[in-house]
Structures are given as C-alpha cells and as structure tokens.
Design a protein around this ligand. Structure first.
Ligand code: FES
Length: 159
C-alpha cells in the first residue's frame, strides 16, 4: 500500500474515529489503526496523541508494551502460525519449522521484497482446531506440514 502523507493521515483519522465502543482508549485507537493499515506508522502515534489529548510518549508507551503491534509495513501476504500451548502439543514446532524453511526465514519477519510476513501467535482462539495457522486473516485448522506448505506456497505465489 503506497499512500502519501496526507492519505495516510486521513486513513488513520478515519480508523480512529470509526470506533463504535463508548470507551475509546489509546489502546483501542492503536488497535483500530493497525486493523486498518496493518501497522502503526509514526503518524499514527501523533494522530492518536492528538485525538486522546495526551503525549506521543504516552502513546508510544502503550504501543511498545504490546508485542502484537508492528511499526513497519507487513508483507503483501501474512502467514501466522500459532505456537500456543494446545497447538504446541499437537505439532506446531514442526509446522513452524517447515513454514520457515519454505519461506527462507530463520525467525518471524518478512521475506525478501516484503512479499510475505511470518508471525508467531500465542493463541489464535481456535484451540479445538489445533494446530492452527492463519493466512491473510483466514483461519486454517488441523494443519499438517503438507497442508501448511500448500497454504504458504499459495500465499507466496499470489494465488
Ligand atoms: S493454542 Fe493455538 S489456537 Fe489456541
């Protein structure tokens, strides 16, 4: 997504102001921005601080506390592998290793050219379907290594 500064700020403001809950917090603003844009650009810290009538330092304190926030753009496709307790017991380490090998990564992060992001997740909320992964926000349950690799290739090759 290539937005100029003005368009980016407009999307941030729109995400922050479109929240429907009555209690709007710095955290909920940041979540709304990340849901909309996929990460928290510097401008979002300024916009949230302004909206919540607080300082950029306060907003940064909240943003940097939660590991789920990211500060750089995600890849074009996003693959998440759950490594929470249930998934771990049911084979997540083998699936994660296979996915990393397939993407040529040694840790979570982005492949070359920012085409694919790999993220670990501590629980995708579908333990009964474990082991679980998510591809572009689409949940895939009862994952085997073959199934995981098929989804990763599909995502990577843009299918
Ligand atoms: S531990 Fe993996 S979905 Fe809950």
């Amino acid at each position: 997504m290539n937005l100029d500064g003005g368009q980016l700020r407009e999307r941030i403001r729109s995400a922050v102001s479109s929240q429907t809950q009555t209690t709007i917090t710095v955290l909920s603003c940041l979540l709304a921005v990340q849901d909309e844009i996929g990460y928290l650009p510097d401008e979002s810290l300024e916009e949230v601080a302004s909206r919540m009538d607080t300082t950029i330092n306060e907003v940064w304190g909240v943003a940097s506390f939660y590991t789920n926030f990211r500060f750089t753009p995600p890849g074009d496709r996003v693959v998440e592998v759950c490594w929470g307790p249930t998934c771990h017991l049911l084979g997540a380490p083998h699936i994660l290793k296979a996915v990393m090998d397939e993407l040529g990564l040694e840790d979570e992060g982005e492949t070359e050219g920012n085409r694919t992001s790999l993220k670990y997740n501590t629980c995708l909320g579908a333990c009964s379907q474990a082991p679980v992964m998510m591809v572009d926000h689409r949940l895939v349950g009862r994952v085997t290594i073959d199934k995981a690799l098929a989804h990763v290739s599909e995502a990577r090759d843009g299918a």
